[in-house]
Design a protein around this ligand. Structure first.
Ligand SMILES: Cc1cc2nc3c(=O)[nH]c(=O)nc-3n(C[C@H](O)[C@H](O)[C@H](O)COP(=O)(O)O)c2cc1C
Ligand SMILES: Nc1ncnc2c1ncn2[C@@H]1O[C@H](COP(=O)(O)OP(=O)(O)OP(=O)(O)O)[C@@H](O)[C@H]1O
Length: 143
């Protein structure tokens, strides 16, 4: 059984998230998703939705077998515990494949790091970005 881990913020779900999780699930037989804690989302605006709500929505998606809120300090702690065979990074995630593999090897976890593919809009106006959904809300409903 090939166990895959995917991770991300998953605030306000959209079809880009579904595409990523389908891709990640296709890398193996079982998909666990680690949902980033609000306090660890420092590279962009913090999520609107609470940690547990984002976890519960991701867990309800078809490709996902299990979802959990990530560790507060050590992003490698859940990986050490779960010992996956593959980590699937999103196509645009800032993490470096080799750096992750090296750190996990140092901790005794042999794990392959792969990139999922991007997904373009299927029709005019399809919004495949949480940031763009929020911009649209502010444009259309803001004061
Ligand atoms: C291998 C790996 C493990 C991660 N584990 C955690 C974790 O345990 N806790 C957490 O809050 N975030 C975790 N993250 C998420 C990062 O903290 C970061 O916020 C996340 O990559 C944001 O992705 P996004 O920009 O695609 O939403 C992990 C990321 C990677 C690559
Ligand atoms: N259009 C897309 N195609 C493929 N993967 C996507 C797409 N949009 C998001 N993802 C993936 O989903 C995961 C989680 O994404 P994240 O929670 O950062 O949402 P986002 O919508 O990309 O955020 P934002 O656009 O606001 O920065 C990431 O790995 C990202 O690569």
């Amino acid at each position: 059984m090939t166990h895959v881990i995917a991770q991300g913020t998953f605030d306000l779900l959209h079809p880009g998230h579904v595409h990523y999780l389908r891709d990640a699930a296709a890398f193996g037989d079982r998909l666990t998703v680690i949902v980033a804690r609000r306090g660890n989302v420092t590279h962009k605006e913090p999520p609107i939705l609470p940690n547990r709500q984002r976890r519960d929505m991701v867990a309800a998606l078809d490709p996902v077998d299990d979802a959990r809120v990530g560790h507060p300090e050590d992003i490698f702690a859940p990986i050490e515990e779960l010992e996956p065979d593959v980590i699937a990074l999103g196509h645009d995630q800032h993490h470096d494949e080799v750096a992750i593999e090296d750190e996990l090897a140092r901790r005794g976890v042999e794990c392959e790091v792969r990139r999922a593919s991007p997904r373009d809009p299927a029709y005019d106006g399809e919004l495949l970005s949480t940031g763009r959904i929020i911009d649209r809300i502010l444009d259309e409903r803001g004061d």
